[in-house]
Write a protein that binds this ligand. Structure first.
Ligand SMILES: Nc1ncnc2c1ncn2[C@@H]1O[C@H](COP(=O)(O)OP(=O)(O)OP(=O)(O)O)[C@@H](O)[C@H]1O
Length: 280
């Protein structure tokens, strides 16, 4: 499997928060979902991949050092902090992109705008969050990008639009030269389209594997209050409990390892995120 992006010892300090050092790869031709709770370092990682912030470590795109910035011509981006000026209307956006991207396809851009029903006379500041995301999608798909890096692209979209956009991402990677990395809190979208999962917690990447492997690694142990002592032999990654029962998240256990009296279940990605790091 070829890595589209190769990250080595990526590190960034923000006061009390430290990202990394993390090393990981983004597989070419696939969709990788980037997950983690709020404030764990997803956007900081994405900003590093896009050379929007300074960092320690090395990032290679198609084997080339990202420091020369040429790779950005081929990257489609969706981020909350839009790089578009708030006073531009859509025609001005088109002109700006024409100057910025060597392979800008104006015709394709206006086709997407029609498909997404975006009014061309509106200024960026007059667009709703959902409309802004659709505009950024239109830009991302109109300059011949072979890599999409998307920070929470589907949040703020209604379910039918989310469905349409996730279908578009699936279609995008039908060409094996195309790659998608997207962060999200909407695990339903990961269930639908992600091939690989990167899971970050407190700045450290703790899982970087296929979605199937990720789902195979975690287990939920359930029991009544009187069974709590049975958890002592496990490394509990998070627990939700009431006065009568508990659910504990554990990793990499074998069936013969499970104490009698405990119920074992396979969690979905959402359940892993709900329980991970929880203390009661
Ligand atoms: N420019 C900055 N200056 C100082 N601290 C920052 C800055 N940007 C991010 N941080 C801190 O870095 C940490 C990670 O933030 P980041 O935005 O990467 O998390 P995230 O996983 O994307 O979170 P969310 O899911 O809420 O978007 C947080 O503690 C945040 O406060």
């Amino acid at each position: 499997m070829i890595n589209k992006i190769e990250v080595k010892n990526l590190k960034k300090n923000y006061g009390s928060f430290t990202l990394g050092p993390n090393s990981f790869g983004i597989k070419k031709g696939f969709i990788t979902g980037f997950i983690g709770k709020n404030g764990m370092g997803k956007t900081t990682t994405i900003k590093s991949l896009l050379s929007l912030i300074n960092y320690e470590g090395e990032i290679f795109v198609d084997g080339k050092d990202s420091k020369d910035l040429d790779y950005l011509q081929d990257v489609g981006i969706i981020m909350d902090d839009s790089f578009l000026s708030k006073d531009w209307n859509i025609y001005l956006v088109n002109e700006a992109m024409k100057c910025g991207y060597k392979n800008w396809n104006e015709e394709k851009f206006f086709e997407y705008l029609n498909q997404f029903e975006i009014e061309k006379n509106k200024k960026i500041k007059e667009l709703s969050r959902g409309m802004k995301i659709k505009l950024m999608f239109s830009i991302a798909l109109s300059h011949g990008a072979n890599l999409l890096i998307l920070d929470e692209p589907t949040s703020g979209l209604d379910p039918s639009m989310r469905d349409e956009l996730t279908d578009m991402l699936k279609e995008f990677v039908e060409d094996e030269n195309n790659t998608v990395l997207f962060s999200t809190h909407i695990t339903e979208d990961l269930d639908r389209i992600a091939d690989y999962i990167i899971f970050i917690d407190r700045g450290k990447i703790i899982d970087d594997c296929s979605k199937e492997e990720f789902e195979g690694r975690y287990f939920v142990l359930k029991g009544g209050e009187e069974d709590l002592k049975l958890l002592e032999k496990y490394e509990v990654l998070g627990i939700k409990s009431s006065s009568t029962y508990f659910e504990a998240l554990v990793k990499n256990i074998t069936e013969e390892n499970i104490s009698e009296g405990l119920i074992v279940e396979k969690p979905d990605i959402n359940k892993v995120l709900v329980l991970y790091g929880r203390e009661k």
